[in-house]
Ligand binder design. Structure first.
Ligand code: ZN
Length: 602
């Protein structure tokens, strides 16, 4: 057995036909705190106010496109379906129904459901990609709302793709402008979901014999060149399709590309501190963080992929990765009022918003936000597992017993989490388990104000607390949350970033008028002068900031007094944030530590 296969087996040893952790039904959970606020503004300040008829639906009704184009209507249906289920708000349901019906009414007799003129269908970019996600979106409508006409429409669209692609094995959409992985992104998932919902073997067969999914071994190609074979989102999407295929017919070889990506991002500088990957959509390992860093599609897919890995392996470190990306790269990709979304979220230099509501990134952003409610609680056999800490309520089923659970917390501003049993029909013994974050060296817990239990050996693991719970029981958890000074690598060598819990902090000129005309890369800080956290509402009510002292890099530090007595660092999603890694006087200062993810074996 080769080392690669052995590692794959070790990591994904628990992976079989089913998930180890079960998600909570979407309509059984309600989320508050910053995660809940982001969900709400994405629904009501974005999805519900964008021009759904003009920008999204009209192209599919008219079908006049020639030469190219992409909207992302399938991704939008997926997000709307989940938002409708989560809120049960008649207005959201009405908008979702309107989009599904308008699109299905526009489907042609041969099954075509796209925006192109007849002459340009299928092989012009991005017709196949668009149709693949429409199939997926319609199947989610079927799965969440039992809408048979959506299943029928998805089937017809799937059959249309098979009929029109099958005569041309290996043909690359866009006449070879982009690689095969990019041009067909989403097809395997759509077909595998069709197979799961219909059990018709032709969909599974297409994925294997035409798409040759099982043969792809996932080479990591860095940089944007040639036919863009290093496209990170297309790559990860395909890794996930292979994981899905493994759930259908167990074959651990299918997990090798996922293993490869995991090693690249954790051991070879493939991921950056804000929890995302890629420069200009493509793999990079330079740790540069300007301009085109972290495509929002990639951030969304990383979170989704880690959630699947978590559910399949029950390895809580995937939850650590999820929350790093959620609080930094993901929330940083959205304006504070929710209306605007970014294509890229750099950690250095000015950030800009994307100028449309459609296209890949805004649509994938909405989808992952719509999935967040199901990433907080899970059940496993007869226990409850808490992955994300945020004010929330959920009804979970343990041994067929419905239990309403609630979290009260100011997380991520502080590490105290109160878990309350609101409803339980009778006293019942079962474990409540939760993630102990990798940054947390000491964790305490107590039941009903009893004695604190203290653990120092659970960092990066799960603490499972067995007890007989009844209505009103309270499990209080206290994570020791300390400021961390994180060492930069590669392009960020000699520099540090400040973190607190899962949050990264950044410098904006707006918060620091004294730096208005300064090159922020030419500021040198004294890490011993960092103070905080202090309350700061720049990004969110109840948010945090830190302060630090420093010099102009051209000055004779440390022998002269500070040029800057009060440089303010705010939470990373601050839209005015421009600099995350700051130059330090002593790169070997013992206060500086490695990012807890760096070199991590999972
Ligand atoms: Zn994108």
């Amino acid at each position: 057995m080769s080392t690669g296969i052995l590692l794959t087996c070790m990591l994904f040893t628990a992976m079989g036909a089913s998930m180890d952790l079960e998600s909570v039904p979407l309509d059984w959970v309600k989320v508050g705190g910053e995660i809940g606020r982001r969900i709400d503004i994405t629904i009501y300040n974005n999805t519900m106010v964008m021009d759904i008829d003009g920008e999204f639906l009209e192209p599919f009704v008219k079908k006049e496109n020639v030469g190219g184009g992409y909207i992302g209507i399938g991704k939008t249906i997926d997000a709307l379906v989940r938002f409708a289920k989560y809120t049960n708000d008649p207005k959201v349901i009405e908008r979702k129904d309107h989009v599904v019906k308008t699109l299905l009414d526009a489907q042609e007799k041969d099954g075509y459901i796209g925006l192109f003129k007849k002459s340009d269908r299928v092989w012009k970019l991005w017709d196949i990609h668009e149709i693949a996600y429409i199939i997926y979106g319609l199947l989610m409508e079927y799965r969440f709302f039992k809408n048979e006409s959506a299943l029928e429409g998805a089937r017809k669209a799937g059959d249309y793709l098979i009929q029109n692609m099958s005569p041309y094995p290996g043909r690359i959409p866009g006449d070879g402008d982009v690689c095969w992985e990019m041009g067909t992104t989403g097809v395997e998932t759509a077909m595998l979901c069709l197979y799961e919902d219909t059990k018709d073997p032709k969909y599974l067969d297409f994925v294997k014999s035409y798409m040759k999914l099982d043969q792809w071994d996932g080479p990591i190609i860095k940089g944007r060149w040639g036919h863009i074979q290093g496209h990170a989102y297309a790559h990860l999407k395909r890794c996930m399709a292979k994981m899905q295929l493994n759930r259908i017919e167990t074959n651990l070889d299918l997990l090798k590309p996922s293993r490869k990506v995991l090693d690249f991002i954790l051991k070879d500088n493939g991921m950056v501190i804000i929890g995302t990957c890629g420069q200009h959509e493509c793999w990079h390992d330079t740790q540069e963080g300007s301009a085109n860093l972290g495509e929002t599609c990639m951030t969304a897919y990383l979170i989704r992929w880690w959630d699947e890995c978590l559910r399949e392996t029950n390895n809580s470190k995937f939850g650590d990765l999820m929350e790093r990306a959620i609080y930094n790269a993901l929330f940083g990709a959205q304006s504070l009022d929710g209306r605007r979304i970014r294509y890229y979220t750099p950690f250095e230099g000015k950030r800009v918003y994307f100028d449309q509501d459609c296209y890949c990134c805004p649509c994938n952003f909405r989808r992952i936000i719509a999935e967040l409610p199901q990433m907080i609680y899970y059940t496993k056999d007869n226990s409850i597992y808490i992955n994300l800490f945020t004010p929330s309520k959920a009804t979970l089923t343990v041994d067929n017993t419905p239990i309403e659970i609630e979290q009260e917390t100011n997380y991520p501003s502080e590490g105290v989490v109160k878990v309350k049993i609101n409803e339980i029909p009778y006293e019942k013994a079962f474990p409540i388990a939760f993630r102990v974050p990798l940054w947390c060296k000491e964790v305490k817990a107590r039941i009903n104000n009893g004695d604190w239990m203290v653990k120092n050996d659970l960092t990066g693991n799960i603490w499972s607390i067995e007890n007989s719970w009844e209505k009103g029981s309270i499990l209080e958890i206290n994570f020791d949350m300390k400021m961390r000074v994180i060492r930069g690598t590669q392009a960020q060598a000699g520099r540090v970033a400040i973190m607190y819990g899962p949050q990264v902090f950044c410098v904006s000129r707006k918060a620091n008028p004294q730096l208005a005309n300064k090159d922020l890369r030419l500021i040198t800080i004294d890490p011993k002068s960092i103070e905080g956290p202090f309350p700061d509402d720049t990004v969110r009510k109840g948010g945090l900031k830190f302060t630090v002292k420093g010099w102009d890099t051209l000055n004779w530090y440390p022998l002269v007094k500070y040029d800057y007595e009060n440089i303010i660092l705010t939470e990373f999603p601050n839209p005015d944030g421009e600099m995350t890694y700051l130059h330090v006087i002593n790169p070997d200062d013992p206060i500086i530590e490695d990012d807890e993810f760096w070199g991590l074996s999972m």
